[in-house]
Design a protein around this ligand. Structure first.
Ligand SMILES: [Zn+2]
Length: 199
């Protein structure tokens, strides 16, 4: 006679009961499946995007763009700042308009190029062209070349240059080509922070 497993089980005496106390799970051992996504808050677009994550297990945290602001804030300068490179601003001594540029070589070399352009080929430099066509003074390096940003690596260079072009353009003070003026919500946000800080 074959004894089915269930019947066999029923026929066997009960095994001694081992009492397992119910241990509540340690809070640190609780498995976590939750992920965090950090968003830089720039306005209602951020709110819209983060709403899409509402029913997922991804939690949203916001940060302000202070990190970005720190990257774009002018750095302290060494003794001869013109031996460094990155983003500069050349201002016109007569009308105070300004030209933003970037260079991977040192600022002095770049300044001398603008100056040579004035003599030989003003069309290669917006700054030289401005001075030549308006018969304005060509600014000297000490007073009219302002170093906006230096960086050891060129990673932020394009962004930094674009930001400062945007900044000058926002007050109609730029000599750069109009097509180089970026249209960026992030830049506008940072610029508002700049202005709030300078109040
Ligand atoms: Zn001018």
């Amino acid at each position: 006679m074959r004894v089915g497993k269930s019947v066999k089980t029923q026929l066997l005496p009960d095994p001694p009961q081992k009492i397992n106390p119910i241990i509540p799970p340690h809070p640190q051992r609780k498995p976590t499946t939750q992920s965090w996504a950090v968003f830089t808050y720039t306005g209602k677009e951020t709110t819209y995007i983060t709403k899409l994550f509402r029913h997922t297990n991804i939690k949203i945290a916001y940060r302000t763009n202070n990190n970005l602001l720190r990257h774009l804030t002018p750095n302290p300068q060494p003794l001869d700042p013109f031996t460094r490179s990155d983003v500069y601003r050349l201002s016109c001594p007569d009308c105070c308009k300004a030209c933003i540029g970037q260079t991977g070589r040192d600022f002095r070399t770049r300044y001398n190029e603008h100056k040579r352009a004035l003599q030989y080929n003003p069309h290669t430099s917006k700054y030289a062209l401005h001075a030549a066509t308006q018969q304005y003074t060509f600014g000297n390096i000490q007073e009219h070349m302002q170093i906006l940003h230096t960086h050891n690596k060129s990673a932020h260079l394009n962004t930094t240059e674009k930001f400062y072009i945007f900044k000058e353009a926002s007050i109609s003070n730029h000599l750069n080509d109009h097509h180089t003026v970026p249209n960026s919500k992030i830049f506008q946000t940072i610029l508002n922070d700049f202005r709030e800080e300078s109040h």
